[in-house]
Design a protein around this ligand. Structure first.
Ligand SMILES: *[C@@H]1O[C@H](CO)[C@@H](O)[C@H](O)[C@H]1NC(C)=O
Ligand SMILES: *[C@@H]1O[C@H](CO)[C@@H](O)[C@H](O)[C@H]1NC(C)=O
Ligand SMILES: *[C@@H]1O[C@H](CO)[C@@H](O)[C@H](O)[C@H]1NC(C)=O
Ligand SMILES: *[C@@H]1O[C@H](CO)[C@@H](O)[C@H](O)[C@H]1NC(C)=O
Ligand SMILES: *[C@@H]1O[C@H](CO)[C@@H](O)[C@H](O)[C@H]1NC(C)=O
Length: 501
């Protein structure tokens, strides 16, 4: 963790002019500018006493505005800010106003104290935790351009030049963690200014699960792509507003590859700063996963992670062979095939019928991340039960095929969650070639479509139907064979250089 010396509370405002946020210099101020000029002309007629009086009104108004903005973000405060600026100009240009110096320093103090902290997890939205602005930092809205990733950036025009401050190191209850916005020159008391760029991730699920973890990290990669490959100095991970201090090794390895270096995940282990805010020089908040991104944008993101992962793992990007490689990616335990030998035999038989077809059987549980990356780079057809290991599919070349298998009961009871690998296939440019749902399985003590049966079916194992599997394999093999020879004829090639490298 890089902690800068903490921002000194007794700031220098009494002697020097507080630094104005840089955005002031280029914010659109046509109407505001007119107002400012008008104010200025008037001022020259005022007595110093009246000035002091006005000064305090400005201070009060400013603080009121400031507090209000946190609930209803966006432009309103620019007016008040230019009042402040007017005052500072007055101060530096006009000796008569020296009596106001004291008021300005009081104002700066109040500005610092007025930073309002709200809970990271807003329980009012507990039943709509993922909807709209979500229950995470619920008072703030995302920036969203059509087809692009949704994010919040601080400081920015929509944060009115303010930076993000967080008092948030609780690992058990997100409603005990807080956020607020502060002007860079007026950080709250005892705040630490943290330099560099900080990625703040919100994950409704789990950074240990590679599917959910990846979904939460994809938007950062999208932002990286659209921001001239800008990289983070640190990451802060939240789940329900609670701090998480790590992610699955699979994810962190892929993110290391993508962002060209080891991830620096904030640990908040410096207890001396326990209740003091950390204010981030630049922060980027993501809480909507891939939501809002077009299919093209998503594919670019997966292309980048794939390409970087292959480079890191030393996989030849430019491979030229005409093999058709079918990989059976097996699980052990829940959702594994009940009779693996029988299933392998069926696919082996079909593979043998196709020229240049090679079959491989692998277990997700005993491969390193790079072994998985390599395996996927040499897979055209992925045969695998429903499960997190399927997240690896995007590591295949684009247009590769996926065949997915489910135990009994899932079709009726598992809800949309069972579709995630179909979605992922589409988002990453693969061809999801359908699913097979077992009709046999462990008996459930309740009626078949009772939701309680899901607890029985969830971890069920998967049987087989020789006829169906053989026809399915044969059809996909044919299609892949045709496509590969067409692509070879067209000279389609996997790109040999990654974006952002
Ligand atoms: C700032 O820190 C000091 C020392 O840790 C503490 O006594 C004081 O209450 C803090 N002030 C605020 C406003 O949190
Ligand atoms: C699995 O299938 C194979 C081949 O079809 C068969 O010989 C074997 O008996 C089966 N094993 C079990 C445990 O059912
Ligand atoms: C991988 O795991 C499977 C099942 O757990 C096991 O049978 C196999 O021997 C393992 N392979 C290696 C190379 O460790
Ligand atoms: C994937 O298939 C589509 C449709 O056939 C084709 O237009 C595209 O070029 C292919 N992509 C790659 C990377 O081969
Ligand atoms: C197996 O698949 C075939 C072909 O789709 C189908 O006709 C048959 O009914 C299936 N068998 C069972 C037991 O489901």
């Amino acid at each position: 963790m890089t902690v800068l010396p903490s921002h000194h509370p007794t700031l220098t405002t009494t002697t020097t002019k507080p630094e104005m946020p840089h955005y002031q210099k280029h914010s659109p101020r046509s109407t505001v500018a007119a107002a400012t000029t008008a104010t200025r002309t008037h001022f020259s007629f005022f007595s110093p006493k009246l000035s002091v009086y006005l000064c305090s009104i400005c201070v009060t108004l400013f603080i009121l505005f400031h507090i209000k903005i946190l609930q209803t973000p966006l432009p309103s405060s620019q007016t008040s800010l230019s009042f402040l600026q007017t005052w500072q100009e007055k101060l530096t240009n006009n000796d008569e106003s020296a009596s106001c110096t004291h008021d300005v320093s009081t104002m700066a103090d109040r500005l610092r104290e007025s930073v309002t902290f709200l809970p990271l997890k807003d329980l009012r939205f507990a039943n709509a935790a993922l909807v709209g602005h979500t229950w995470f930092m619920s008072s703030l809205y995302d920036t969203h351009e059509e087809g692009e990733v949704q994010y919040q950036q601080f400081p920015s025009k929509s944060s009115d030049g303010r930076i993000l401050c967080i008092k948030g190191r609780d690992t058990h209850d997100g409603s005990w963690n807080y956020y607020g916005l502060a002007y860079p020159g007026f950080l709250p008391k005892n705040a630490t200014l943290v330099s560099g760029r900080t990625f703040v991730s919100y994950n409704h699920y789990d950074y240990g699960n590679i599917w959910h973890g990846l979904s939460a990290l994809v938007p950062f990669v999208a932002w990286h792509l659209k921001s001239e490959c800008a990289t983070p100095d640190r990451w802060i991970l939240y789940h329900w507003g609670e701090v998480r201090k790590g992610m699955s090794p699979w994810l962190s390895t892929l993110m290391d590859a993508t962002f060209n270096g080891p991830l620096n995940i904030e640990q908040f282990d410096d207890s001396s700063y326990d209740d003091s805010p950390m204010c981030y020089e630049e922060a980027l908040v993501m809480r909507h996963n891939e939501g809002g991104m077009s299919r093209e944008k998503r594919m670019e993101v997966y292309d980048l992670i794939r390409c970087k992962a292959r480079t890191m793992c030393g996989v030849e990007l430019d491979r030229t062979d005409n093999e058709i490689r079918l990989t059976m990616f097996m699980r052990t335990g829940p959702r594994s095939f009940r009779n693996e030998t029988a299933v392998v035999e069926i696919f082996e038989r079909e593979c043998k019928k196709v020229e240049n077809c090679r079959l491989k059987v692998a277990y997700s549980s005993n491969l390193t991340v790079c072994e998985q990356v390599k395996l996927m780079a040499s897979t055209d057809i992925l045969v695998s039960p429903h499960g997190a290991q399927l997240t690896n599919m995007f590591l295949m070349d684009r247009n590769s095929s996926v065949l997915e298998f489910f135990p009994k009961g899932w079709l009726k009871l598992a809800g949309v969650g069972q579709l995630v690998y179909r979605w992922m296939g589409s988002w990453s440019g693969m061809r999801h070639q359908g699913t097979w749902h077992d009709t046999e399985g462990d008996p459930c003590p309740f009626p078949e479509d009772d939701r309680r049966c899901m607890s029985v079916y969830k971890n069920g194992r998967i049987g087989y139907n020789s006829t169906y599997f053989a026809e399915w394999a044969s059809k996909v093999l044919d299609e892949v064979k045709t496509r590969k020879s067409e692509e070879t004829a067209k000279g389609n090639k996997v790109p040999t250089k990654c974006a952002c490298s």
